[in-house]
Ligand binder design. Structure first.
Ligand SMILES: [Fe+2]
Ligand SMILES: [Fe+2]
Length: 281
C-alpha cells in the first residue's frame, strides 16, 4: 500500500490543533504580524498558558518574566514561538489513547524529544539561526510511525519482529512488508497538514540524508540527532539499532572527532532541561 492510500484509508487522522494549521498558513505568507499570531494563540487559553510556562521555564533561562504571548514572540522570536505551538500540538498526538496500538507512544515521544534536542544542538554548531528549525523537524521526524501504527498495526508488528532477526534497516523492512515506509508516510501527512517544504524534506529523507535537496544541513542534523538519541537511550525508538554514520555527515555540520564528547554532554544537559517542561505538558 503506498503512503497516499494509507493516509486516505485512515478514518480518524490524528488531529493537530486548528491553531497549528493556521500558523502554518500564516508562516507561508511573508507579511504576518506578531499581533496576528499572538491573537491566534491567545484564542486557545490552555495553549497560551503552556507557551508562557515554557517561555518562563529554566529551558530558556530568561532573566525577566514573560507575561503575554506577544511578549514571548518578541523575546523568543516569531519562528521560535510558532515552533513551540507546533511542538505542543504534536505532543498531544503522542499522548492520545489509541485502541490496539502496538507501539510504546510515551517511549517514542521521549525519543522524539531526544532527537529534537540533539538535532537543535548539532544545528546550532553549523548555523545557530536555523537551530529551532532542526528542533521542530526532530519533533516531527517519526510521525509516520504513529500513522502506520493506527492503520496497519499487524503489518507494523511484522516489521518489528523482522527487525529483531534481520540486518536490514527499518525502512527496507517497511518497504518490503507494507509497501512504503514511515518517512514517506510522515512526509504525506505533514504535507496534508501544510507544513513548510523544509520540514517535508527532512521528514522524507531523515534516514537517507544525502538525498535531501531542500534542507540538507537540517536533514543531516536530524539524521545524526536520531542516532545520538538512540545511542544515549533517550526514550524508546521502535528501531533501537543505531545507524552507522558516514564520516562526511559529521564534517558537513562542522564536528570533528575531538568535539564529539563535549557535544554529547551538551545534548544530555539540554535534554534534561527539556524533559522538565515537556513531560508535564
Ligand atoms: Fe525514523
Ligand atoms: Fe527516530
Amino acid at each position: 500500500m503506498d503512503e497516499n492510500r494509507i493516509i486516505s484509508s485512515i478514518n480518524e487522522l490524528p488531529v493537530l490543533p486548528e491553531v497549528v494549521l493556521h500558523i502554518n498558513e500564516l508562516l507561508k505568507k511573508s507579511a504576518s504580524s506578531i499581533d496576528e499570531v499572538a491573537d491566534l494563540i491567545e484564542k486557545d487559553s490552555a495553549l497560551s498558558s503552556k507557551v508562557l510556562r515554557l517561555a518562563n521555564s529554566s529551558y530558556y533561562g530568561l532573566s525577566s518574566q514573560v507575561d503575554s504571548v506577544s511578549r514571548a514572540i518578541i523575546v523568543l522570536g516569531f519562528n521560535n514561538v510558532c515552533n513551540v505551538v507546533t511542538s505542543i500540538g504534536v505532543s498531544a498526538i503522542f499522548k492520545e489513547n489509541y485502541k490496539g496500538i502496538g507501539i510504546d507512544l510515551s517511549g517514542l515521544w521521549i525519543h522524539t524529544l531526544g532527537c529534537a534536542v540533539a538535532s537543535k544542538v548539532l544545528m546550532s554548531l553549523k548555523n545557530d539561526s536555523e537551530s529551532e528549525k532542526a528542533f521542530i523537524c526532530g519533533i516531527l521526524h517519526d510521525i509516520g510511525k504513529i500513522i502506520i501504527a493506527k492503520t496497519l498495526p499487524s503489518e507494523q508488528k511484522k516489521v518489528f519482529d523482522a527487525l529483531k532477526k534481520s540486518n536490514k534497516t527499518i525502512s527496507e523492512l517497511e518497504n518490503e512488508i507494507i509497501g512504503t515506509d514511515h518517512a514517506k508516510v510522515g512526509f504525506a501527512i505533514a504535507k496534508k497538514w501544510r507544513f513548510p517544504d523544509y520540514i517535508l524534506d527532512v521528514i522524507r529523507f531523515h534516514h537517507i540524508p544525502h538525498l535531501s535537496k531542500e534542507a540538507s544541513d537540517i536533514t543531516v542534523s536530524v539524521h545524526l540527532g536520531n542516532a545520538i538519541a538512540k545511542a544515549l537511550s533517550l526514550g524508546i525508538s521502535t528501531d533501537p539499532k543505531v545507524a552507522i554514520i558516514a564520516p562526511d555527515l559529521w564534517k558537513q555540520i562542522g564536528i570533528d572527532e575531538k568535539k564529539i564528547h563535549s557535544v554529547i554532554s551538551a545534548i544530555q544537559n539540554e535534554f534534561d532541561l527539556a524533559m522538565e517542561f515537556w513531560m508535564e505538558i
